[in-house]
Design a binder for this molecule. Structure first.
Ligand code: NAP
Length: 278
């Protein structure tokens, strides 16, 4: 029981086909939870080539490379002896979210743990070159997506008197990041959302917290140039990036009963990169 702190709980992770989301989904399963793995992309789905332009550059890149692991992640999680289901779910589409969560409730049971991880992070552009479309897309996926998913699971969490919402924000919510106005605004907005839901949820046994990863060596970040990766590691006191598993361990702790009195917190998983480094 000690090793399976989430036994009997049902978790849903957004944007879990790869990277941090995938690692969180796997870690939740290893901690005993049944896991719903959701993503914008799912294997065996034919995306017409001309449609790729409607996806973020990163989604289009991984779709073209056929590196989509939504169902494969479920298969991996089931090896831990828990149930797992993979679903295509676009966090910007409210109807999609509501109907998927309804389906899950019927076949799996109600969701106890929600991890808002889905994000776009390729909207690079200095202010004068940043398009309104990209800025609004960043807010829509990263911030409104977390709002919509939280609202969809809220009634059952309230009714059962227990729930965990974990928002994967970013250290850039505090620091800002050059040429990423939409991304940083969305991640800072997530902190306001986290605190507000934490206040509202407390009386119903729902805690809401944010995790602020630093640079984490995911498939997406591994696409950076070698020079960029070296600069990132050099300005970190640990001289390395974090791993997706290190972020996942924090999410699992926040989901557990042991974290029951942590509410409205923003927890950095950065290796201390915000500290003064000479
Ligand atoms: P990633 O590999 O790009 O993963 C993001 C996931 O979100 C992808 O699987 C993507 O799906 C999915 N997604 C995008 N738009 C979606 C939508 N509309 N609906 C559903 N899913 C959608 O990024 P990562 O590096 O693992 O980062 C994961 C989280 O950590 C993000 O919230 C990110 O902001 C945060 N973070 C990461 C770092 C880092 O250094 N890696 C640092 C700070 C914060 P597709 O399969 O369609 O592409």
């Amino acid at each position: 029981m000690q090793n399976l702190p989430l036994k009997g709980k049902i978790a849903l992770v957004t944007g879990a086909s790869r990277g941090i989301g995938r690692a969180i989904a796997i870690a939740l399963g290893q901690a005993g939870a049944d896991v719903i793995v959701t993503d914008l992309l799912i294997e065996n789905e034919e995306i017409p080539h001309h449609d790729l332009e409607n996806y973020s550059a990163l989604s289009a890149y991984f779709a073209e490379k056929k590196q989509i692991n939504t169902l494969a992640t479920c298969e991996f999680i089931r090896k831990s002896g828990v149930r797992s289901m993979g679903l295509k779910m676009d966090v910007t589409k409210e109807d999609d979210i509501v109907s998927r969560i309804d389906d899950v409730s019927k076949s799996f049971g109600h969701i106890d743990i929600l991890v808002n991880n889905a994000a776009v992070m390729d909207g690079l552009g200095l202010l004068e070159k940043q398009t309104t479309r990209t800025f609004e897309r960043d807010l829509k996926v990263n911030l409104t997506g977390a709002f919509l998913c939280s609202r969809a699971v809220w009634p059952t969490m309230k009714a059962t008197g227990w729930g965990r919402i974990i928002n994967i924000s970013s250290f850039t919510a505090d620091s800002g990041a050059f040429a990423q106005p939409g991304y940083c605004a969305s991640k800072a907005g997530m902190l306001g959302l986290t605190k507000t839901l934490a206040l509202e949820g407390a009386r119903y046994g729902i805690t809401v917290n944010a995790v602020l990863p630093g640079f984490i060596a995911t498939e997406a970040v591994n696409l950076y140039s070698e020079d960029m990766k070296e600069r990132i590691c050099n300005r970190n006191p640990m001289k390395r990036m974090g791993t997706p598993e290190e972020v996942a361990a924090t999410a699992v702790f926040l989901a557990s009963h042991q974290a029951g009195y942590i509410n409205g917190a923003s927890i950095p998983v950065t290796g201390g990169m915000e500290l003064l480094v000479f």
